[in-house]
Design a protein around this ligand. Structure first.
Ligand SMILES: NC(=O)c1ccc[n+]([C@@H]2O[C@H](COP(=O)([O-])OP(=O)(O)OC[C@H]3O[C@@H](n4cnc5c(N)ncnc54)[C@H](O)[C@@H]3O)[C@@H](O)[C@H]2O)c1
Length: 345
């Protein structure tokens, strides 16, 4: 079996702590190159993870390497630029979440990816947990009936990431686009990805740049940014063409308990995760069933899924069309919050 040839762009935290360790466990993958605008960072990653060559730009890597796909791990503001360059070079793309800085960038990416006819998959790891995959299978098999209501929350009490994340020009926004994309996308996936039509949302930046002691925070390798112009919490409601509705709340900083869950309610049964519980009825009684699908390395699973799609020619689970729809939802949340009213997606 030929090895899949991968080039990484962005040798920061997510590449070093999640993607590269996952590739290390795959013997059918060859890490051909790694590029970062900070060349020493690419060189360090190449040394540590046994990557053949390090480059100071994606342009140099694309010109020098024959790649099956580029794995985009740069900060959000550079996703579109890297994806467009990869597409123009005829190379497939695995792109870290969120798809792009904003809808305009996402649509430009979509146009180039379609024109080039390359594959794109959005890296949204929480879709690839065993619980999520089992629950989606149950939804597909009709075990929950029609899903008409869902609720999701990803709230941190004090968990604002350090670095470019709080600089809107590079991140696109705060917890909505950073972690909301995880819980909203997972919930939408578990609802069967109905077409989003309207959104009503509110955002807040009431806590801002706090100095709370004794809390842990994600630190981007570029953590020297002092810009802080993003929201720190948000809530809202997304309506779908099939009549279903999703409530969400997300925060980097909120005076409330930390929580992370997805709940979907159908006409036959409901479910909540993590951990996974199925709320149903048996022999006339209410039941709370707890399937035991186990655990996995979600990053390994998502990357493995993309590689399988490249090998078989099948469509990725989190494909281009869904990535653009998710970006429309995120954009809708920000627009609604700004205008103070419900907006069409
Ligand atoms: N899936 C997850 O759970 C998860 C978690 C954290 C971050 N992320 C995503 O991963 C991405 C990177 O986040 P991070 O925390 O690793 O940030 P980081 O700052 O640690 O790393 C980003 C790297 O990209 C490089 N870079 C920026 N623009 C570039 C360009 N045009 N060409 C080449 N290199 C460039 C920077 O020099 C830096 O080394 C973001 O999009 C973020 O949303 C995903």
């Amino acid at each position: 079996m030929d090895k899949i040839r991968v080039g990484i762009v962005g040798a920061g935290n997510i590449a070093r702590t999640a993607h590269l360790p996952a590739y290390r466990k795959m013997d059918d993958v060859e890490l051909v190159g790694v590029a970062d605008i900070k060349l020493e960072r690419a060189e360090q990653a190449a040394k540590e993870f046994g990557i053949a060559k390090a480059y100071a730009s994606i342009d140099e890597m694309l010109a020098d390497c024959k790649l099956d796909y580029v794995d985009i791990c740069v900060w959000t503001g550079a996703h579109a630029e890297c994806a467009i360059k990869a597409a123009r070079a005829g190379v497939n793309i695995l792109g870290e979440k969120p798809m792009a800085l904003n809808l305009e960038h996402a649509l430009a990416m979509e146009q180039e990816i379609k024109r080039a006819g390359v594959k794109f998959m959005l890296a949204v790891p929480t879709r690839y947990s065993p619980q999520a995959m089992l629950l989606r299978q149950m939804v597909d098999e009709g075990k929950l009936g029609d899903i008409y209501y869902a609720k999701t929350s990803y709230t941190r009490r004090r968990g604002t990431p350090l670095g470019w994340f709080t600089d809107k020009a590079r991140s696109g926004g705060g917890p909505v686009i950073d972690i909301g994309v995880h819980c909203i996308d997972r919930t939408w996936f578990l609802m069967g990805c109905p077409k989003p039509v309207r959104v009503s949302a509110a955002t807040s930046s009431a806590i801002g740049n706090y100095q709370t002691k004794g809390v842990t925070r994600w630190r981007a390798l570029d953590s020297d940014s002092t810009v802080f112009d993003t929201e720190d919490s948000a809530c809202g409601q997304i309506r779908f063409e099939n009549g279903a509705c999703m409530l969400f709340e997300v925060s980097w900083a909120l005076n409330a308990p930390e929580q992370s869950f997805t709940q979907v309610c159908g006409s036959k049964a409901g479910a909540r995760m993590d951990p996974l519980v199925i709320y149903g009825e048996e022999c006339g009684y209410l039941t709370d069933n707890t399937p035991t699908p186990g655990k996995n390395d979600m990053f390994h699973e998502e990357i493995r899924h993309f590689i399988n799609c490249l090998r078989t020619g099948s469509e990725p689970c989190s494909n281009l069309e869904q990535a653009v729809q998710m970006q429309r939802i995120l954009e809708g949340i920000y627009t609604s919050a700004k205008l103070g009213k419900e907006v069409e997606i």
